[in-house]
Design a binder for this molecule. Sequence first.
Ligand code: ZN
Length: 365
Amino acid sequence: MKTIKLYDEMPYSTDFKATVIEVNKNEIILDQTLFFPEEGGQECDLGTINDIPVKDVQIKNDVIIHYVKKHHFNVGDTIEGHIDWKRRYSFMQNHTGEHLLSGIVHSMYGYDNVSFHLNSEEGQVEYDGDIKDIGLIEEKVNQAIYENKEIHCFYPDDLESVSYRSKKEIEGKVRIVEIEDYDICACCAPHVKRTGELGVFKIIKVIHTTRGTRFIFLFGERAYHRFKDDFDHLESLYHLFSSNNQTLVKQVNKMYEEKTALEVKYAQLEKEHMLSLCENAYLFVEDCLPVNQREVTNHLVNVYSTGGVFVGNDEKGYRYVIGSTSNALDILTQLKSLKSKGGGSKDMIQGFTPASKTELLKALS
Ligand SMILES: [Zn+2]
């Protein structure tokens, strides 16, 4: 027996009574339900049946199955169901929002929605064409929200006479969702009554795919929370950089340029310092920039024909770079006998050695 979908007529109701008509282990089937199952790209409602948490809701051949863990339900029981309204309303806002977005994209470009997924965090929708005017789409969708247009869900008597977006053969009775002046589409999910309830809209990511363009988007409370989070982060940054929304980017760019200039200066000073420490073919230092390890090695090779820089200490081991005008690979063989790792060419080798400074100097002398 088909389950009566109470959410069709009463999308704003949260509590209902129903009769258990079938029980299979952890699967409960009721004569009617407010629980929207996972369907059409949207995750299911959650909530309780007689205070027992409903973990999942699926639909098979128009029969809605509620999955619970431990229970004592028997066929014929009258139950009280309750759905998690915060989750449901967020789904309603974002699903209706997706229709509005897709209606606007369709009217602007003629593109169809080729995939849709809505979970408790974000919505994802993909269109079969390349879209670049993201700002304009956001503006139009938000404008349609301010216009507070009516939304109707209905089962038309004569489906043939209804022209709707992405029309295709669908079995059984087709439910139509119409957003006044913006969209007509077939859909089975609960929707809000007016576009004003969508609150605010933001595309948070654009992905260009082989099929076209995918948006990750937020409507309503989700969008507000995202704005609030981002605003809080920005406030911390304004404070940190003693700036405001007009000056932050300029300030960060300036600091980045200063940092780059200091890094260049530091590298130069470190190199000069390392060169001043060179007394023979091998230099041992606690730490240095990789670029200086190479450059000082080149200097040592120029002076001694073979030479290199060891960075580290006896406790942690050393990362080494060694160059030679004859064959550095011979030195690699010697180092490997000290359990060192590494590789390279006959001009230059590099790697890591756990050997001590004394052992290394002995092996390399
Ligand atoms: Zn839909």
